[in-house]
Design a protein around this ligand. Structure first.
Ligand code: ZN
Length: 225
């Protein structure tokens, strides 16, 4: 796994947990508690955006240094060149970063694409548990809906996994201009031909959700309604 792949995977997990946090706040809190938590969430999201902006600036600076070194015989001062190129990079407002976009500006369109399912206890518990216990299998989260993938579809090119429904909806909506929705993924051409079902992973997810549901049942037996 290359460094940039690892970076984008980590970034995506971070954004995923921020999205989970945001959903949790929206569904379970109200009043001043909600405002306080939301303010904290925004503060952390802003820090993530800054980290990502800095990462992009240095990446672009390295690229321009690379382009500037045209004569192999000349003696370049790489450090100086890099610092100069870095200063030339724009300092963007963190709220223009795609992390911010995904978390705070994009929600309406996401919910339009995927009809909101009836509130599913199992699904909620599953997301929660996957964040808390890292030892066992963690069900993958779809990059578009930020919910647990039920029917996994894997991209042969970049190996990313999506949910069956959301990825085909996404491709249809993007009208042949789809790129891999994992943030930072370099795969800019997402085509149906690259997608294939991942039966093995699906089996794991099914087992995982089943075990979650069973736990839920045994808990329900204790307190009778
Ligand atoms: Zn990808």
């Amino acid at each position: 796994m290359s460094l940039s792949d690892r970076y984008s995977t980590i970034l995506d997990k971070c954004v995923g947990s921020l999205a989970t946090w945001k959903n949790f706040i929206n569904e379970n809190m109200e009043g001043s508690d909600k405002d306080t938590q939301m303010a904290k969430l925004q503060q952390i999201a802003e820090e993530y955006c800054l980290i990502d902006e800095n990462h992009k600036r240095s990446e672009n600076a390295i690229k321009s240094v690379d382009e500037a070194i045209t004569n192999p015989l000349e003696n370049y001062s790489i450090d100086e060149l890099y610092n100069k190129k870095l200063e030339e990079q724009p300092n963007n407002d963190p709220t223009t970063n795609e992390i911010w976009e995904q978390l705070f500006n994009n929600n309406a369109s996401i919910q339009e694409i995927i009809p909101k399912k009836k509130k599913d206890k199992t699904q909620y518990e599953a997301v929660d548990d996957s964040l808390l216990c890292s030892s066992s299998f963690t069900a993958p989260v779809d990059p578009i809906t930020k919910t647990i993938i039920r029917k996994p579809i894997r991209n042969k090119k970049c190996k990313h996994v999506y949910d069956n429904q959301s990825i085909y909806d996404y491709i249809r909506q993007s009208k042949n201009k789809a790129k891999c929705p994992y943030m930072g993924c370099k795969n800019n051409k997402l085509v149906v031909g690259d997608l294939q079902e991942d039966a093995q992973l699906e089996e794991k997810i099914t087992q995982y959700l089943q075990s979650q549901a069973n736990e839920e049942d045994s808990e329900d037996d204790d307190d009778s309604d």
